[in-house]
Design a protein around this ligand. Sequence first.
Ligand code: PLP
Length: 385
Amino acid sequence: MADISAAPVGTGVALPPGGFIPLFTTFVHPSASQRVGAVLASTFLSEGKLVKEFEARLSAELGMLHPAALNSGTSALHLALEVAGVGPGDEVILSPQTFIASAITVVQVGAKPVFADIHYENGNIDPADIAHRITPRTKAIMAVHWGGYPCDMAEIHAIAKEHGLVVIEDAAHAPGATYRGQAIGSISDYTCFSFQAIKHLTTGDGGALCARDPEKAREVFRRRWFGIDRANSPVNEVGEREYDLTDVGFKYHLSDYAAALGLANLDGFAERMAARRALVEQYRTGLQAVPGLTHFVHAADRESAHWLFGFHVENRLEFIRALKSKGVAASVVHDGIDNNTLFGGKRPELTQQRRFDDTQIHIPLHDALTSEQAAYIVDVIRQGW
Ligand SMILES: *Cc1c(COP(=O)(O)O)cnc(C)c1O
């Protein structure tokens, strides 16, 4: 994705308001440097009270259940699989329309990613393509909310219940999204969030893992720090923490200096989400009847977190070039990841994924995007490509 934020080459190009419009930006709240600076001055950098405060606010303000703050979204996926007991020989069903982190963590625990087809209309896993892929080795379904739009969770949970499977959500794009009135982060056995630099809410790098079951949540907190239950392992007189390691843990905790950035960025989160929604409305209305452009279809029973604004387009390469020449980024973001050799190579039978690969495109949507810029982008697209 290195070139998508690069300025257009050549001279004489009329730049849009504010200059070249990238696909993503990184949001850093104005109060962040003061808050992070205070942590640096305190010299207490590692996991402490700010991590706890960050987790409390994720819970109170975004509806996450038992969130454990971690050092990345990938760590969250890996730890979810570990705590769910997914291991060598097991299979996990997921959609290929995602970033490689979703499937690479499955391989990391020794299990096999099994790809199901997607809805061409929105890029999410198609529940109708899951059941016939279930084998005695299937352990979990991983639902990736592509671009922030929640998957068909009722259908996925019904299948999981029938076959005794664990449901893990990759909600890297979906903090603040809701499904039938319930917050993403409160619905499934495990939900994984990312606080990487270009995601909605950043801690630089970071993530969160929400386990619904309190017992599993306790295991998440223990195994994010080597497998040591910090709260219940007092340091004795000779200076040694008293614990007995019983299973493998990881060094996946978030640190206080990163939590300080996260806390600053949580301020105004709801307002920024509302601004995103307004931009999406502006795009939808402005691009309603553009020949060669087909909008994604979203159901009324769920609210997307709108990390991306995507649609299908004819003559995609010409579309990308036309936008780039006018100072606007456009990108597929990701093609179906099943095409990687590690995951077994491209599956022609995933016909909707292959169609999606050919026509999907995403245009700028981020916290720095102004409605003036969005109007410019609408104009550029309406002029044709
Ligand atoms: C960003 C992302 C991840 C990984 O998150 P990191 O915090 O970068 O480790 C996982 N899944 C999806 C779909 C992502 O977009």
